[in-house]
Design a protein around this ligand. Structure first.
Ligand SMILES: [Zn+2]
Ligand SMILES: [Zn+2]
Ligand SMILES: [Zn+2]
Length: 186
């Protein structure tokens, strides 16, 4: 297979061929992102220190919140021992921080997946899978809503047609069909 070059490119940082590219789906838009950009764009979904993806949004008193973004970290993962529930997440602290290398062959040192990078990749994959599940659920919901809408629309159209017939009768015939009159008795 020869995938198109654009298929391999990260939609956010435009790295032409990141080592791993994942698809996230949000509001019916598919985006292919490198692991680093995916994690940076979904900061509220995982702890940036231990790289655990939150199964459910953690209760506010169980996490510290980044002063600059929506990132949250477990209380015991955050190095600040203060109890004010604030910290600065790694990417906000250092603009050059990356959860996962954009390229594995820059200097050779990135070619080994250490535990931290492996965890980052797993977190990125989990978030991508969750986004696909959300999208599927959303599509299902939309399909149900659409079928309800179309049922509604059909009924409204039928009503409108009947009303139009009525108006036409009144306007042209002036004699109202007695059978019809009975039906629309006031
Ligand atoms: Zn990227
Ligand atoms: Zn943590
Ligand atoms: Zn932050």
């Amino acid at each position: 297979m020869n995938p198109e070059p654009s298929q391999l490119q990260c939609a956010a940082c435009e790295e032409p061929e990141p080592p791993f590219i994942l698809t996230v789906i949000k509001d019916n838009v598919f985006r292919r992102l490198c692991a680093d950009c995916l994690l940076k764009e979904h900061r509220g979904l995982f702890c940036p220190v231990c790289l655990d993806v939150y199964v459910a949004p953690p209760p506010p008193d169980a996490v510290n919140i980044c002063l600059l973004c929506s990132s949250t970290t477990h209380l015991n993962c955050s190095s600040s021992s203060s109890d004010d529930h604030f910290f600065t997440c790694p990417p906000c602290l250092d603009p050059n921080f990356s959860f996962f290398p954009k390229s594995l062959d820059n200097d050779g040192s990135g070619t080994v997946l250490d535990l931290q990078k492996a965890k980052a990749l797993v977190a990125a994959a989990e978030i991508a899978v969750a986004s696909a599940k959300n999208a599927a659920a959303q599509l299902e919901e939309e399909a149900v809503n659409k079928s309800i809408e179309s049922k509604d629309a059909k009924e409204k159209a039928k009503e409108a047609l009947e009303y139009l017939e009525d108006v036409k009768d009144k306007a042209s015939g002036k004699k109202i069909n007695p059978r019809k009159r009975k039906n629309s008795d006031r």
